[in-house]
Design a binder for this molecule. Structure first.
Ligand SMILES: Cc1cc2nc3c(=O)[nH]c(=O)nc-3n(C[C@H](O)[C@H](O)[C@H](O)COP(=O)(O)OP(=O)(O)OC[C@H]3O[C@@H](n4cnc5c(N)ncnc54)[C@H](O)[C@@H]3O)c2cc1C
Length: 306
C-alpha cells in the first residue's frame, strides 16, 4: 500500500516540486545520499574505504529520454572513474550504473554503447561496473545487455531482484565462474503476475536465490539490511566452504552503518552503495517506501520545522 502510494507520488511532477522545495527535505535526504557533487561523494568514499569497507558509487539520475543528457551522464561517470584512480581507491571502489540513465528508454542500443563507454573507463581505472536492475518491464533487456557487456568486460556485475518469480532461474543462469551477481529484494514493486508481493514470499525467494548463488561458481553480492538474511548468507558461505574473498555483503549508504562496520570488522567483505547527485528524488522515494519509519521521519521533519 505504502509502496504503491509512493510510486504514484513519484511520477507526479507537482509532488516532486513540493518535496524538492520542502524546507528541511535536504537534511532528511542527506541521510541517504552522500551529497550532490563529485567532491562530496569522493569524500564519503574516502571515509568509508579508510574504515576498511568497499564502495559502489551511483550517480543519481534515471529514465533519461534525451541523448545529450545520456551522453553527459557517461562523461560524468568517465570523470568519476578517473578521479577514483587518481585518488588510489579504484581497487576498493567500483561504480553502479542504471541503463535508464544512459538512454535505455530512448534507444536500447544507444544505452548499451553508453554502458560500454563506462565499462571501458572502469577497466582503464582498474575497477568494475555493476548494472543496476530497475522496473520489471526492463529486467530482461537489462540482463541481456549485461550478457553483451560481459563479452568484452567479463567483470560486469548483474543484479537480480528476489521479488521476481523468475529470480531463482536468473540466478541459476548467472552462477558461473567469474560472474558477479548482486542479489537484492527489489525496490520498484511489480504486479502479482511477475513478482511475489508478500514480504515472506520475497524473503523465501531471496533464500532460494542465495542457495543457488552460494553453491555456484560465481561471486555473490548479498545486498540486504535484513539481519536474518545476512545470517543465512553467512551460514551458506560456510556450508559451501567459501572463503571470505569469494562473496561480499552490500548495504546502502546511511542504512545500518554500525552493522556495516561490524560486518567489515568480522573479516567479511562489506560494500556500501553510495548514491549522490542532484537527481535524488526517485531514489529518495524508494528509500521512504522501504520503511514506514523513514516516511514518518520525513513528514515529522517538515511538519515540526519551527
Ligand atoms: C547495495 C544495494 C544495491 C541495490 N540495488 C538495487 C537494484 O539494482 N535494484 C533494485 O530494485 N533494488 C536495489 N536495492 C534495493 C533493494 O532491492 C531493497 O529495496 C532494499 O535493500 C531494502 O530491502 P532489504 O533487503 O534491506 O530488506 P527489508 O526487509 O526492506 O529491510 C530489512 C531491515 O533493514 C532495515 N532497512 C531496510 N531498508 C531501510 C531503509 N530504507 N531505511 C532504514 N532502514 C532500512 C530495517 O531495519 C529493516 O527492518 C539495492 C540494495 C542494496 C543494499
Amino acid at each position: 500500500m505504502l509502496r504503491q502510494a509512493l510510486q504514484a507520488v513519484s511520477i507526479s511532477p507537482r509532488a516532486q516540486a513540493l518535496v524538492e522545495r520542502a524546507p528541511l527535505t535536504r537534511d532528511v535526504v542527506h541521510r541517504f545520499i552522500a551529497g550532490e557533487t563529485m567532491d562530496e561523494a569522493l569524500r564519503a568514499t574516502d571515509e568509508i574505504v579508510t574504515k576498511g569497507l568497499l564502495v559502489s558509487l551511483d550517480v543519481l539520475g534515471e529514465d533519461t529520454r534525451d541523448a545529450d543528457q545520456a551522453d553527459r551522464t557517461v562523461r560524468y561517470y568517465e570523470d568519476l572513474l578517473h578521479r577514483l584512480a587518481d585518488a588510489n581507491v579504484s581497487d576498493r571502489a567500483e561504480v553502479s550504473l542504471k541503463l535508464t540513465a544512459v538512454g535505455q528508454a530512448l534507444d536500447p542500443d544507444l544505452a548499451l554503447d553508453n554502458a560500454r563507454r563506462v565499462c571501458e573507463a572502469a577497466r582503464a581505472a582498474g575497477t568494475t561496473v555493476t548494472i543496476d536492475t530497475e522496473d520489471h518491464t526492463t529486467v530482461e533487456s537489462t540482463l541481456e545487455s549485461v550478457r553483451e557487456l560481459r563479452r568484452d568486460f567479463p567483470s560486469t556485475g548483474a543484479v537480480i531482484q528476489a521479488y521476481l518469480r523468475r529470480a531463482e532461474e536468473f540466478c541459476a543462469d548467472l552462477a558461473f565462474d567469474g560472474s558477479r551477481v548482486r542479489l537484492c529484494k527489489g525496490a520498484y514493486g511489480a504486479p502479482e503476475e511477475v513478482a511475489f508481493t508478500r514480504r515472506e514470499d520475497i524473503d523465501k525467494s531471496y533464500v532460494r536465490c542465495l542457495k543457488v548463488l552460494m553453491a555456484g561458481k560465481g561471486y555473490p553480492m548479498v545486498a540486504t539490511h535484513d539481519p536474518r538474511l545476512i545470517d543465512i548468507a553467512g551460514a551458506l558461505a560456510v556450508l559451501n566452504e567459501r572463503g571470505t574473498d569469494t562473496f561480499e555483503y552490500q548495504m546502502l549508504y546511511g542504512i545500518r552503518p554500525q552493522e556495516q562496520t561490524r560486518i567489515a570488522r568480522s573479516g567479511a567483505r562489506m560494500r556500501v552503495y553510495v548514491a549522490y547527485g542532484t537527481e535524488w528524488y526517485g531514489y529518495f522515494l524508494r528509500r521512504l517506501a522501504e520503511r514506514p519509519a523513514n516516511l514518518a521521519f520525513f513528514v515529522r521533519s517538515v511538519v515540526t520545522r519551527d
